[in-house]
Ligand binder design. Structure first.
Ligand code: BGC
Length: 574
């Protein structure tokens, strides 16, 4: 590798305004049920997050994204919302939520919530009213109720499949006890889809946004942002099954990524912009390609979107480089920042993804990843350390999923009886689902118990069982260990902060062999990642700032980058 450069600029050179914090922020995802349990009931809560705010501040993140904390029967771990203006009692109260927002702000961190507009819980007052009302009533018009097919209406209105398995329609029993209409649920039956053509639905969600913005919330992550508008003809799809949270399988899909969703976001953007400071949005949108994703990020729509192409990319230099280039160009075409994410609560943790042979096929679900063979966690961890340095050096916005900074692997052997993801039941026990990345975090390595999840002695076990050796990954064990994943993230986040990027629309690539990625974040901070089997020498005169390999010290810096390792350095002459 040489330090000579080949510039690769993309479409729009517009520099980000320094006041637009969201363009290059690092956002920490708090999956509330599994983050920190303050009251010892085995379920994470608002008070637990508040207790950990100093930790998050010291880690060096700019904002938290908290997954749904609203009252919910938990058919889908909170993504089935029964009341959008309150806090789930087992998580806390509105007063404690308000305190959390104030305390996070006092520490210089922003707070982003999760809004779930595609569907409500079946326990939501609107759906209960719809069930009690007759076919054709105004109460049913807010959801997608339809007559069944066939002479007696016994067949669902079309062949759509639930993302969690099984049909996307459930038939209700009418008040007189007869089998009645069907309602659509793209996810679990306990998550009926709203009809976004209905003005009351639109008005209600605009009011919900205002409710939380008025409380000081800085923005929203929009759940299933690509799903709210359906083809009114509800045509058959002709597919046997829907892959769980994946890019749409066809180009003219009747319910994913329809153009009608954009009108909704234009009205939401106007609301966010009416606040001082303006509030922001991030879309969870699974689209066919980066060009379709960029449509969500036009100037009068959403600010950012998750980059699932990056998350799903295998650990391979060429593929990652292609995704990086394409992502930067697509985002820049609408003057949005690119974003980077390695893990979240819906996918196999990346330590475990990278612990398998990388055959070049993008994937993220447990069944398909487990099929690649037993994990080599040492390899996965080495790659995850390098992946952290790669992601955090890229221009734009990055996401850290809770526990990734501890290097947690996926828990792949949860007992069947413990599984709670609706996918497990709905797939007829063929898909184990997403529980393995949601196991409660190990904070303390107590001699008396292995969990360290609860602040006070727990009266109940964590809602998902923690593996016996979970304490070895605890924050307490890692805190003062310079070679820990936690120390690597903490150091990297602080160096990153000292090297801000103002123009997220371009990347300066450094010349490198085919199985190496090398680029400058700023003239003073370059990153090189070695995906090959042989060590790669450092560029002449490079001053190493940080290395993913354990054992790195500034006094005795490495002279080469080993396989599956990354290094941050200041190029000679900078
Ligand atoms: C969330 C999932 C959830 C689904 C339905 C997703 O995209 O991230 O966890 O199951 O939406 O709300």
């Amino acid at each position: 590798m040489t330090a000579s450069t080949s510039a690769s600029a993309s479409a729009s050179p517009t520099a980000a305004s320094p006041t637009e914090w969201w363009r290059s922020a690092v956002i920490y995802q708090v999956y509330i049920r599994s983050f920190r349990d303050a009251d010892g009931d085995g379920i994470g809560d608002v008070a637990g997050i508040r207790e950990r705010l100093p930790y998050l501040c010291a880690l060096g993140v700019d904002a938290l994204w908290i997954t749904p904390w609203y009252p919910s029967p938990m058919a889908d771990a909170g993504y089935d919302v029964a009341d959008y203006r309150a806090i789930e009692p087992s998580f806390g109260t509105l007063a404690s939520a308000r305190s959390l927002i104030t305390e996070a702000h006092a520490l210089g961190m922003r707070v982003i919530l999760d809004i779930v507009p595609n569907h409500t819980s079946d326990q939501h007052a609107w759906f209960q009213a719809a069930l009690a009302a007759a076919p054709g009533s105004p109460e049913r018009a807010r959801y997608m109720f339809r007559a069944g097919r066939g002479a007696d209406g016994a067949q669902p209105p079309n062949d759509w499949r639930s993302v969690f398995g099984g049909p996307a329609w459930t038939r209700v029993t009418e008040a007189d006890g007869t089998p009645g209409e069907w309602y659509l649920h793209l996810f679990a039956p306990e998550q009926p889809d709203l009809d976004w053509e209905h003005p009351e639905v639109r008005a209600e969600f605009e009011s919900i946004l205002r409710f939380w913005f008025d409380l000081g919330v800085d923005g929203f992550r929009i759940d299933v942002a690509h799903g709210m508008i359906k083809d009114p003809a509800l045509p058959d799809l002709g597919l046997d099954e829907e892959e769980i949270l994946a890019p749409p399988a066809s180009e003219d899909h009747p319910h994913w990524d329809l153009d009608g969703v954009h009108e909704i976001y234009r009205s939401w953007r106007a609301i966010a912009d009416s606040y001082e400071p303006p509030r922001i949005f991030v879309a969870e949108a699974w689209t066919r390609n980066q060009e379709r994703l960029a449509r969500y990020l036009r100037a009068d729509e959403l600010h950012t979107a998750f980059n699932f192409d990056y998350l799903r990319a295998p650990w391979q230099a060429q593929q990652l480089r292609a995704v990086i280039e394409e992502s930067i160009a697509a985002a820049a075409s609408v003057d949005a920042p690119p974003t980077w994410v390695l893990s979240n609560h819906d996918v196999v943790r990346h330590v475990s993804r990278f612990a398998r042979p990388q055959d070049g096929i993008p994937r993220h679900a447990l069944t398909e990843i487990a099929a690649l063979g037993a994990p080599d966690l040492e390899l996965g961890t080495r790659r995850a350390r390098a992946a952290a340095l790669l992601m955090l050096a890229l221009p734009g916005r990055a996401y850290v999923y809770q526990g990734e900074e501890l290097g947690l692997p996926e828990v792949e052997d949860l007992p069947d009886a413990a599984l709670q993801d609706p996918t497990w039941e709905r797939s007829g026990h063929t898909e184990r689902g997403r529980d393995g990345c949601r196991v409660p975090l190990p904070w303390r390595a107590r001699p008396d118990d292995s969990t360290g999840f609860s602040i006070i002695p727990a009266t109940a076990a964590p809602w998902l069982p923690q593996p016996d050796d979970w304490a070895s990954w605890s924050e307490e064990r890692q805190h003062d260990d310079p070679d820990s994943m936690l120390s690597l993230y903490r150091t990297a986040l602080h160096i990153r902060r000292a090297h801000p990027v103002t123009d997220t629309s371009r990347l300066r690539w450094l010349e490198a062999p085919a199985d190496v990625i090398a680029f400058e974040r700023t003239p003073e901070l370059a990153c090189v990642v070695n995906f090959g089997a042989d060590p790669v020498p450092l560029p002449d005169g490079a001053e190493v700032l940080l290395a993913s390999a354990a054992g790195f010290t500034q006094d005795d810096p490495p002279t080469a980058i080993g396989p599956d390792e990354a290094i941050w350095f200041t190029p000679a002459g900078a």
